[in-house]
Design a binder for this molecule. Structure first.
Ligand SMILES: *Cc1c(COP(=O)(O)O)cnc(C)c1O
Length: 419
């Protein structure tokens, strides 16, 4: 007589061994994760870092409540966009003075795309990934429409060949190193080099990369980059996004939203706009101080953390989850769309199943939070700062059991936001 296969011993032992050897395991205490929840959606909304509640309480009660308007100076509110920018900069390989934080990723993208086009005024093409995140595609179209440019959609693998043929007409190439659907990782060095070989600028959207992998925007000569604060940086819902512009472009940088805080003399009340020097000219208006300072507190979760170790653990986690998927989930109808080669994947695994939405809803009811992308992808984001191999085994086992027992509503009510 056979009983239902329970926890496969080899997978269980492997998780136990990898977690026991994990030098980053203590970092989990830097996050306030609810007990009994396996959280695999930090690539959509990072969890609450332990440092944030007290920091926000101080910002609200003391700085705002008591210090009132004096806190713009006394508590460094005015400098916060550039100060937090430098902290993010350190995580993406940017020397100080090139990164500013404030506004949403979408606004930063519009700024970056338009400013890039302005830096290459004689070139009529914007090139972007047909599989890029929707906002990135919409904004490329909008900038092109306003400037009378043309958008070409070229998959990352085809970009070097496209540029070899048409590159002399290209102003900027706009890509993400990690595909938000499949988790595939593209080679920033190759694509940035291919753009520069033809005199085009390279703009990278680092939303799914910043805080997840070591990045080296300065060393790669990246021209501009943007990324959000609420995914791997765990800055909280709607956390402000960052914009990086390489030093060499600052003097000629003209942004489409030249607000007063980017003015050379913001309190001089001049009639005409004159841009501040350096990255400060990319500031727009009054920064969202509460969320900016929440992000600053959140970033202390990275204090003393080596991103090469983060990357090594992230690869161990995704490798382990791919094994779990192979053994436990492929037999019940899932297929992985994430590359198995470690050099070709970011910090997530995506599995295809026709009932993806229903399964994600049922999984959440069983304590495992993942997400889905239409029509049929389940996404499992890992974050080496708090995810364990054991978490992933739990997720795979619960998913297998729900699927095998068909214990889910095949047409669940539409779930909430899915960025
Ligand atoms: C998450 C994400 C965004 C989000 O843009 P918002 O303006 O913050 O909503 C944009 N681009 C990419 C590639 C993303 O992954």
């Amino acid at each position: 007589m056979t009983t239902a296969p329970s926890v496969p011993a080899a997978l269980y032992e492997r998780a136990a061994r990898l977690d026991a050897d994990d030098a980053l395991a203590p970092l989990r205490a830097r996050f306030l994760l609810p007990p009994d929840v396996v959280y695999l959606d930090g690539n959509s909304l990072g969890p609450l870092p332990a440092a944030v509640p007290a920091a926000l309480d101080d910002v609200v009660r003391r700085q705002w409540g008591t210090g009132l308007i004096g806190s713009w100076n006394a508590d460094g509110w005015w400098e916060a966009p550039l100060r937090v920018g430098d902290t993010v900069g350190a995580l993406i390989g940017a020397a100080p003075g090139q990164t500013v934080v404030g506004d949403s990723t979408s606004v930063q993208l519009f700024t970056a795309l338009d400013a890039a086009a302005e830096l290459r005024p004689d070139r009529p093409l914007l090139v972007t990934d047909p599989g890029h995140f929707p906002t990135d595609r919409y904004l490329a179209d909008a900038v092109a429409r306003r400037r009378g440019l043309e958008v070409r959609r070229v998959p990352p693998a085809a970009l070097p060949r496209f540029l070899a043929a048409e590159g002399h007409r290209v102003a900027v190439v706009s890509y993400a190193p990690v595909d938000f659907r499949t988790g595939e990782l593209y080679d920033m060095r190759t694509l940035t080099g291919a753009a520069h070989d033809v005199g085009a600028l390279a703009l990278w959207d680092l939303c799914h990369a910043a805080g997840a992998l070591p990045l080296d925007v300065d060393a790669l000569d990246v021209d501009l980059a943007v990324g959000c604060g609420y995914k791997f940086l765990s800055g909280g819902p709607g956390a402000p996004a960052f914009l990086y512009v390489a030093h060499r472009h600052h003097a000629s940088l003209r942004t489409p939203l030249p607000g007063w805080t980017g003015h050379a003399d913001p309190f001089g009340l001049a009639d005409e706009y004159a841009p501040a020097s350096g990255i400060a000219r990319a500031r727009i208006g009054t920064p969202p101080i509460l969320s900016l300072l929440a992000l600053e507190a959140a970033l202390t979760a990275f204090d003393g953390v080596d991103l090469t170790q983060v990357r090594a653990k992230s690869l161990s986690l995704t490798d382990y989850f791919l094994r779990c998927a192979d053994e436990l989930l492929t037999p019940v109808g899932f297929t992985s769309v994430t590359p198995a080669e470690p050099g070709r994947r970011g910090s997530q695994v995506s599995l295809r199943h026709p009932h993806a939405r229903a399964l994600v809803v049922a999984l959440a009811e069983h304590g495992v939070i993942a997400d889905m992308r239409v029509p049929d992808l389940l996404r499992f984001g890992v974050n080496a700062l708090y995810t364990s191999h054991r978490d992933l085994l739990t997720a795979a086992l619960r998913l297998r059991d729900l699927t095998r027992r068909a214990a889910y509503d095949p047409a669940p009510p539409t779930v909430g936001p899915v960025t």
